[in-house]
Design a protein. Structure first.
Length: 481
C-alpha cells in the first residue's frame, strides 16, 4: 500500500500547485475582465458558465469514476467502450444545448434584453462539448492510476491559453462572446494535448456489451447525481438572473466565483486523489472508516483556513481589486464562503460514498441542496425581496446539505461529530477574530487594502500553523512511510 499513499501524496502536491497557479491565472483574468466589461456581462458570463459546466459534468456519464472504480478499468476493451460512449455523449449534448438556446434567451430576455444574446452564445459554447467528447481515454487511465503530473500540466497550459484569449478578446470585442470563443478553443487544445502529452493505447470506436452494462450499472446513479449536482451548483445564478437585475447578479457571480475557489480545490482533490485512494485502499482490505479518518480532519483544516481568509478579507480584497461598481461583492463573499465550508464537508463525504459504490447518495445530498435552497429562498424573500436575502438562502441550504451528508456518512460508520463540531467552531472563531482585527483595530483598519490583507494573512497563519503542524504534516509523513 506504500506506493498508493506515495501516489496520493505526489498527486496532492501536483493538484495543490496546479490549483494555486490556476487560481492566480483565473483571478487575474477575472479582475481584468471586470475592468473591460460591464456588470451585466458577468451575469451573462455566469449563465454561459452554467451551460459550460453543465456540459462538462454531463459529458462523461460517470465514465471517469466507472474506470477508476471498476476492476476492469485497465482493460483496453473497457477503455475503448468508455471512450466511444464519451464521444456519443458529446454529440448529444451539443444537440440538446442548441435546442435550449431559444427558450433560455426568451425567458431571461424578458427580465433583461441583454440576455437575448444567449440565443447565439449557447450553441457556440456547446461546440466545446463535441470537442471534449474526443478527449483521449489516456486521461481516464491517468485518473485511475493517480498519475496526475502530465494531466496537471495539460490543465495549466489550457488555463493559461484560456485566460489570454478571454482577456485579449474581451479587450477587442468588449463582449461576453470572448468567454465563449475562448472556451471552445481551449477545449480543442485540451483534446490535442490529451493525445500529445499522455502515452497509452490508440482510441477506436468500440461498444462491448459487458463493458456497457458495467458502466451504465454504475454510471446511471452517477448520471443522476451529476444532473442534480449541476442544479445544486448553478441553481442560484440561474434563478437569480431571472429575478434580479443582471448588474446585481453580475456582482454576485464574481463573489461566488471567488468563494468557489475553495470548493474547486476540494472537488479536485476529491475526484482525483481521495476517491481513487479510497478505492485502492478498499481493494487492499483497509476499512473505509480508517481511510476516511486519515483524510477528513486534515482536509477540513485546510478548508477552514481558506474559508477564514475569504470571510475576513472579502471587503479589503474588493476595495483593492475592483471599482465601486462591485463593492457589494465584499458583503456577499463572507456568507458564500461560510457556505463553502459545509459544501466542502459534503464533498469529502461524497468521495467516500463513491468509493463504496453509492453514487445515489450524492444525488440525494444534491437534491436536498436544491430543494432546501428553493424553500429558504421562497420564505426569506417574503420578508425582504433583495439579492442579499438570496445570499442568506444559499448559506442556509449549504448548512442543511452538510448535515445531510453527515447523517448518510454515519450510516457507513463514519461518525465523528465532535471533531467536525470543533473544526466548525475553529472556523467561526478565527473568522470573528479576523473580522475584529481588520475592521475594529484602528491601526489596521486605516491601512491600505493590500496591507490589511497582508496583516490578515499573517494573523491567520499564526492561528492555524500549530494545528497544521500537528494534523496535516503527520498525514503527509504517513503517505511515504
Amino acid at each position: 500500500m506504500a506506493h498508493i499513499s506515495a501516489r496520493a501524496k505526489t498527486g496532492t502536491i501536483w493538484i495543490v500547485v496546479a490549483f494555486g497557479g490556476g487560481q492566480i491565472i483565473r483571478l487575474a483574468s477575472n479582475i481584468a475582465l471586470a475592468a473591460l466589461l460591464f456588470q451585466e456581462a458577468f451575469a451573462l458570463m455566469a449563465l454561459v458558465a452554467a451551460v459550460m459546466q453543465g456540459l462538462a459534468m454531463f459529458s462523461d456519464l460517470g465514465l471517469k469514476p466507472s474506470v477508476v472504480q471498476n476492476p476492469r478499468g485497465d482493460e483496453p476493451v473497457f477503455l475503448q467502450t468508455a471512450w466511444t460512449l464519451q464521444t456519443i455523449r458529446g454529440g448529444i449534448l451539443f444537440i440538446g444545448a442548441a435546442a435550449l438556446a431559444w427558450p433560455m434567451a426568451h425567458i431571461y430576455g424578458a427580465n433583461d434584453p441583454m440576455a437575448r444574446e444567449l440565443l447565439w452564445l449557447i450553441p457556440l459554447v456547446a461546440l466545446g462539448a463535441i470537442a471534449d467528447g474526443f478527449q483521449s481515454s489516456r486521461m481516464l487511465t491517468a485518473a485511475r492510476r493517480m498519475d496526475l503530473a502530465s494531466v496537471t500540466k495539460i490543465e495549466l497550459l489550457v488555463q493559461v491559453l484560456n485566460a489570454v484569449l478571454m482577456v485579449g478578446l474581451a479587450w477587442y470585442l468588449r463582449s461576453v462572446y470572448a468567454l465563449a470563443i475562448a472556451g471552445v478553443v481551449s477545449s480543442g487544445l485540451r483534446v490535442w494535448l490529451s493525445y500529445a502529452m499522455l502515452s497509452g493505447m490508440t482510441d477506436r470506436f468500440r461498444l462491448d456489451r459487458d463493458s456497457v452494462k458495467a458502466i451504465f450499472g454504475f454510471g446511471k446513479w452517477v448520471f443522476l447525481s451529476t444532473m442534480i449536482s449541476f442544479l445544486a451548483l448553478q441553481i442560484d445564478r440561474v434563478l437569480l438572473a431571472a429575478i434580479f437585475p443582471l448588474a446585481e447578479v453580475g456582482v454576485y457571480s464574481i463573489a461566488t466565483s471567488l468563494s468557489l475557489m475553495v470548493a474547486m480545490l476540494v472537488g479536485t482533490l476529491q475526484s482525483s486523489i481521495v476517491f481513487p485512494w479510497y478505492s485502492r485502499m478498499l481493494d487492499h482490505g483497509v476499512p473505509l472508516k480508517e481511510a476516511f479518518r486519515r483524510t477528513r480532519v486534515p482536509l477540513m483544516l485546510v478548508v477552514s483556513f481558506l474559508v477564514v481568509l475569504l470571510v475576513t478579507g472579502a471587503s479589503s480584497f474588493f476595495d483593492l481589486a475592483y471599482d465601486d461598481r462591485y463593492v457589494k461583492g465584499g458583503d456577499f463573499l463572507p456568507l458564500l464562503a461560510m457556505g463553502v465550508w459545509f459544501s466542502s464537508l459534503s464533498g469529502i463525504y461524497g468521495a467516500a460514498f463513491m468509493a463504496m459504490g453509492k453514487p445515489q447518495w450524492i444525488a440525494i445530498v444534491s437534491a436536498v441542496k436544491v430543494l432546501s435552497f428553493l424553500l429558504f429562498l421562497g420564505v426569506y424573500l417574503q420578508f425582504d425581496y433583495s439579492i442579499e436575502t438570496a445570499v442568506l438562502a444559499v448559506l442556509s441550504a449549504e448548512v442543511v446539505t452538510g448535515a445531510t451528508s453527515q447523517y448518510l456518512g454515519w450510516k457507513l460508520g463514519l461518525r465523528n461529530l465532535r471533531m467536525e463540531g470543533l473544526l466548525l467552531l475553529l472556523m467561526l472563531g478565527a473568522s470573528a477574530l479576523g473580522w475584529w482585527f481588520v475592521h475594529h483595530l484602528p491601526w489596521v483598519a486605516g491601512q491600505h487594502p493590500f496591507v490589511r490583507l497582508l496583516l490578515l494573512g499573517l494573523l491567520e497563519v499564526a492561528v492555524f500553523a500549530p494545528l497544521g503542524h500537528r494534523l496535516v504534516l503527520p498525514m503527509l509523513r504517513r503517505s511515504v512511510s
